[in-house]
Design a protein around this ligand. Structure first.
Ligand code: F0G
Length: 427
C-alpha cells in the first residue's frame, strides 16, 4: 500500500499501481479500482465522524461527497473542487409506491445535485484528482449529464473542458449546460459508444485527463450516494437499492462503497441491488440472464442518458451485483414513460432514465422478485428539466410509438373571462 493510503488495482489481473497517477487502465487493458487501506481508515474515522460532519459548516464537511473523504480521496482541505454536492432528499412517496405495488418506497433524488444529476458526486472527485495531478485539460464522452457536470466543475477549477457527444442524441437541457459552462463541445457523427472509444484514444495521445467513469476516482466519488443514503437511514440497511444502468459506473460505485462499509463492520449486511436497463440498451441484462460476458449491442431508447450499448464498467458491475445478490431487469420506453408520469405527477419529477428505476421496480414486484413489504430505496439520477422535449412531447401526444396514458396537455383559451370560467368548470 502506498503512503497515500490507497492504490490502483487491476480488476482483471490484480496488478497494483501507485495511487495517484493519470492512469485509467492496467497495462493488460483491465479497468482499475481504488483500493483503500481500510485498517488506516478505521483507525482515523468512524460513522459518528461522518454524522458529526454532516451538521458542520466547513466546506468539505458540507459536501455530501467530501464528508466521507477518508473513503474517497484523502486530501488537504483547500484542494477539493467542490460545489457542495450531494445532500439530496430522500422522498417517502406513497403515490409512486402504490404504482410500483409497494407498501412503501423511498426515492433519493440525485437530480438535486448542483448540475442536476448524480454525476456531480463523481465529478467533484474526478476534477479534484485532475487538480492534484496538475492536469489543466479534461475530457469526457457523454450522453449529456457527465458533460454538463464536467463542464461546470472544470470551469470552477480553471481547467479547459472538451466534451464528445453523440450528435442529435442528447437532451436539450444537458447540451445547454455544456455550452453555457464554456466546454468545447464536439458533436460526433456516431453514438455514445463511438464517442467513448474516441475520447479514450484522444486522452491517450494528448495531455488531457479523462473524466468518464473508467476513471477510478469518478467511481470513488459516486460511492457517496450509498454512504449518504445509509446516513439518511441512520445506518439502517434497506432490503433493496434500485437504479438505472447505462455505462454501469454508478451501480459499480454504490456496490463498491457498501462493500467497504460492510468490510469495516459499519453495516451488518449488504442490501440487494436491482439494476434496470432500457430494453433497447440491455447488454448487462442479457449477460446477467445468460451468465456470459457482456456483448455490445447497438443501443436505442428514448431515455438517451442510458442509450449505451458497450458499457465500460461491466465487469465491476457484475462483481457488485454478485456480492449484493443482485438482479438486472429491463423495461420498455413505454414502461419508462408511464413510470415517469407517476414520478412527475407526484410532484417530484425526474428525467426519463431515472424513471427506469420505478418502471423496473414495478416489474420486479409484479414478477415476485421484490416483496411489496420490503424496504426499497430507488435512485432518481437526473432532474426533470434535463429533458424538456420528452416532457412536452409526452403531454402533447407527440412521441412516436408512445401512448400518453397520463397526458396533461396545455389548453388554449381566448382572452375572455366568461369563456375561461366556463373552461375552468369543465376541466
Ligand atoms: N441516469 C442518468 C440520468 C444518466 O445520465 C446516466 C448516465 C445513468 C442513469 C446511467 O448511469 O452510466 O453509471 O450506469 N449517463 C452518462 C452520461 C453515461 O454521459 O451522462 P451509469
Amino acid at each position: 500500500m502506498s503512503k497515500l493510503g490507497f492504490e490502483l488495482v487491476c480488476v482483471d489481473c490484480r496488478t497494483a499501481y501507485p495511487g495517484l497517477e493519470p492512469r485509467y487502465r492496467c497495462d493488460c487493458g483491465g479497468t482499475l479500482d481504488v483500493v483503500h487501506d481500510l485498517k488506516a481508515v478505521a483507525a482515523a474515522v468512524d460513522r459518528d465522524t461522518f454524522d458529526r460532519r454532516r451538521g458542520g459548516s466547513a466546506a468539505l464537511d458540507r459536501s455530501g461527497v467530501w464528508r466521507f473523504r477518508e473513503l474517497i480521496l484523502p486530501l488537504e482541505d483547500d484542494r477539493a473542487v467542490t460545489r457542495g454536492e450531494g445532500n439530496t432528499q430522500l422522498y417517502d412517496t406513497p403515490a409512486v409506491a402504490e404504482y410500483a405495488g409497494m407498501k412503501r418506497l423511498l426515492l433519493k433524488h440525485e437530480g438535486e445535485n448542483p448540475t442536476g444529476s448524480f454525476k456531480d458526486r463523481g465529478m467533484t472527485a474526478g476534477t479534484t484528482a485532475a487538480r492534484l495531478l496538475n492536469m489543466n485539460r479534461v475530457a469526457c464522452a457523454s450522453t449529456g449529464n457527465t458533460s454538463a457536470s464536467m463542464a461546470s466543475y472544470a470551469s470552477i477549477a480553471g481547467m479547459r473542458a472538451f466534451v464528445f457527444i453523440p450528435e442529435g442524441n442528447i437532451a436539450l437541457g444537458k447540451l445547454s449546460q455544456a455550452l453555457a459552462y464554456g466546454a468545447r463541445t464536439l458533436q460526433l457523427a456516431g453514438d455514445f459508444d463511438a464517442a467513448m472509444r474516441i475520447v479514450e484514444q484522444v486522452c491517450g495521445r494528448e495531455d488531457i485527463y479523462l473524466l468518464n467513469s473508467v476513471n477510478p476516482f469518478r467511481i470513488e466519488g459516486q460511492k457517496a450516494i450509498g454512504f449518504e443514503l445509509l446516513q439518511d437511514l441512520e445506518w439502517h440497511v434497506p432490503d433493496w437499492i434500485v437504479l438505472p444502468g447505462g455505462n454501469l459506473g454508478n451501480n459499480s460505485a454504490i456496490a463498491k462503497g457498501l462493500m467497504e462499509l460492510h468490510e469495516l463492520g459499519w453495516i451488518d449486511r449488504l442490501p440487494r441491488l436491482a439494476v434496470i436497463q432500457a430494453d433497447g440498451a440491455n447488454p448487462l441484462y442479457t449477460a446477467f440472464r445468460t451468465g456470459r460476458p457482456v456483448e455490445p449491442v447497438i443501443a436505442d431508447t428514448i431515455a438517451t442518458a442510458i442509450r449505451i450499448g458497450d458499457p465500460v464498467s461491466w465487469k465491476k458491475s457484475l462483481r457488485g451485483i454478485a456480492a449484493m445478490n443482485g438482479v438486472v431487469e429491463q423495461v420498455s420506453d413505454q414502461e419508462i414513460l408511464d413510470a415517469k408520469a407517476q414520478v412527475d405527477g407526484a410532484g417530484i419529477g425526474a428525467e426519463p432514465a431515472s424513471c427506469a428505476t420505478v418502471a423496473g421496480l414495478r416489474k420486479l414486484v409484479a414478477n415476485g422478485t421484490i416483496d411489496p413489504e420490503s424496504m426499497v430505496c430507488g435512485i432518481l439520477t437526473g432532474h426533470l428539466l434535463k429533458d424538456p422535449d420528452v416532457v412536452v412531447g409526452y403531454h402533447t401526444g407527440g412521441l412516436d410509438g408512445i401512448d400518453a396514458h397520463h397526458a396533461n396537455a396545455p389548453i388554449s383559451v381566448p382572452d375572455d373571462l366568461d369563456a375561461i370560467l366556463a373552461e375552468l368548470r369543465r376541466i
